[in-house]
Write a protein that binds this ligand. Structure first.
Ligand code: DQA
Length: 159
C-alpha cells in the first residue's frame, strides 16, 4: 500500500445541485457540465504533480462523512458546498477535523446575489475563498492547494 505520508491527493467536493451544471441557470453558473470541470481538474492535477479526486453529493450527511474519511488520506480540499454553504454547521464542524489547506469555491459571486447567500458557514474555517470567477475558480484553488502540498514535500511549508 502506498505510504500515506507520500501521497499528494486533493479532493474536490461539489455540493447539492452542482450535478446539474450546464442545465442549471447557465446565465449564473455557466454552460460547462460538472463532468467537464472534473475532467479538467484531473488533467490539471497531472501537470501540477498531484492526484485530484472528485465527489458530488446532494446530501449533507454524505458530505460530512466524506470529509471525515479524508483526514489522513488526503492533503488538500477544494469544496463548493452549494446551498449548504449558507446553512450547514455540520459541514463547518467536519472541516475543523482537517489539518490541511481547504479552499471554498463558488462559481457565482455570492456577495452580489440575494442577501441570504452573503453569509458562508464555511468561510470562517476554510483557508480561503474564491467566489465569482466561474469554473476558473476551481483551477485557481487547485494551483494554490497543489503548491502548498509541493512546498510541504520540499520542507518549505509546514501544515
Ligand atoms: C454556489 C452558490 C450558492 O449560493 C448556491 O446555492 C449554489 C452554488 C456557487 O457555486 O456559486 O448551489 O455555491
Amino acid at each position: 500500500m502506498e505510504n500515506p505520508s507520500e501521497t499528494r491527493t486533493i479532493l474536490v467536493i461539489h455540493g447539492p445541485n452542482l450535478n446539474m451544471l450546464g442545465k442549471r441557470e447557465p446565465e449564473v453558473y455557466g454552460k460547462d457540465t460538472l463532468e467537464d470541470i472534473d475532467a479538467g481538474l484531473k488533467e490539471a492535477g497531472r501537470h501540477l504533480g498531484v492526484v485530484v479526486e472528485t465527489f458530488q453529493s446532494n446530501h449533507e450527511g454524505v458530505i460530512v462523512e466524506k470529509i471525515q474519511e479524508i483526514m489522513t488520506t488526503h492533503q488538500g480540499l477544494i469544496i463548493n458546498p452549494g446551498a449548504y454553504t449558507h446553512t450547514s454547521v455540520a459541514i463547518r464542524d467536519a472541516l475543523l477535523l482537517l489539518n490541511f489547506p481547504i479552499v471554498e469555491v463558488h462559481l457565482s459571486n455570492i456577495y452580489k446575489r440575494e442577501p441570504f447567500r452573503h453569509h458562508s458557514m464555511v468561510a470562517g474555517v476554510a483557508t480561503g475563498q474564491i467566489s465569482g470567477l466561474g469554473m476558473q475558480g476551481y483551477f485557481l484553488a487547485l494551483e494554490y492547494t497543489s503548491s502548498c502540498i509541493n512546498l510541504r514535500f520540499s520542507n518549505k511549508l509546514k501544515f
